[in-house]
Design a protein around this ligand. Structure first.
Ligand code: CA
Length: 307
């Protein structure tokens, strides 16, 4: 997996533009990356061996929320979601969003080893919320200096370009080949703001290389905490449900995931939730539970037994 992540990171650092793409699909009910795999059995020994992976992905969610989700900076949000595991990808998305949520460069960028990235002209933003009605960057056999080739697109779309409170979708769908290695990176986000800084978001994340795959998808709701300041996103409570699929080096498991009253407070902790619990459940109702007791402080149990 690391080889692909590295190659993808190198590739995605190459450019920063976007284009107009009328007729983009509505992702409200179809966020790419959300795994559809059937649940598997997750044994006690598997739980012990892989608990740190699950903790890491829950912490990744916390990092994303604490990183400014909800500010309507769509690409910043996408970046925050992948910050922990894929910092180079996150850096690229932040470059794309450096002027609000929209990229203002147009035209074609040549890639260092051949190929290009293209951006149709004049993205429309009628409600001036920084989210284009629809804009897309296309990778056309874009080859980096190490020979890795990327194809695919990065797309951002306003759910209603006549209403600045309508939310947005972001879809990243890239295939990467480098030598004998073939991979794919997909991130889909469907964001809907609520009142007072609350929001709901559905997102999916998928990375594949050869036969290996990691994917998870969530329906997540966020409620700001009344912490006395005007920033609704530095402290709040998160609930989610979704699915997590892992297939690496012959190890394979698919679990339902559920988050209950997970609290974050960015003033005191940047890297994890500080209270609440996350549960992963297999096809036989075996349960791994991560209970947070403070910053980077948690207990993990499997069917009630500490592991
Ligand atoms: Ca807009």
């Amino acid at each position: 997996m690391r080889k692909l992540v590295k190659a993808t990171g190198l590739l995605v650092l190459l450019s920063m533009l976007v284009s107009c793409s009328p007729g983009s699909s509505d992702l409200s009910n179809d966020v790419p990356g959300v795994p559809t795999d059937s649940l598997t059995v997750f044994s006690a020994s598997q739980a012990s061996a892989h608990k740190s992976i699950l903790v890491n992905y829950v912490d990744q969610i916390a990092t994303g929320i604490g990183g400014g989700v909800g500010t309507l900076n769509a690409l910043g949000f996408a970046a925050a979601l992948v910050e922990r595991e894929y910092p180079q990808v996150a850096g690229y998305l932040r470059q794309l969003g450096v002027e609000g949520s929209l990229i203002h460069v147009q035209g074609t960028l040549n890639c260092p080893g051949g190929g290009s990235i293209t951006y149709p002209d004049n993205p429309v933003d009628r409600d001036r919320d920084g989210i284009p009605a629809s804009a897309e960057a296309f990778y056309n056999n874009c080859r980096d200096s190490n020979g890795a080739v990327t194809n695919g697109s990065i797309k951002i779309r306003d759910k209603n370009d006549g209403d600045p409170r309508s939310g947005y979708t972001v879809v990243i769908n890239l295939s990467v080949s480098g030598g004998a290695s073939q991979g794919r990176l997909v991130l889909g986000v469907d964001f809907t703001p609520g009142s007072g800084g609350a929001y709901q978001v559905r997102y999916g994340f998928l990375i594949e290389e050869g036969r290996d795959k990691i994917a998870f998808g969530l329906n997540l709701s966020y409620t700001p905490s009344l912490d006395g300041n005007s920033n609704p996103y530095d402290a709040g409570v998160t609930n989610f449900n979704g699915r997590f699929a892992y297939r690496v080096s012959g190890e394979n498991f698919v679990l339902d995931m559920n988050g209950e009253n997970l609290q974050h407070n960015r003033a005191s902790c940047m890297s994890s939730f500080i209270a609440g619990k996350a549960t992963f459940q297999d096809s036989a109702s075996n349960r791994l539970v991560i209970q947070y007791n403070g910053c980077n402080s948690y207990t993990v149990t499997y069917n009630g037994n500490p592991i």
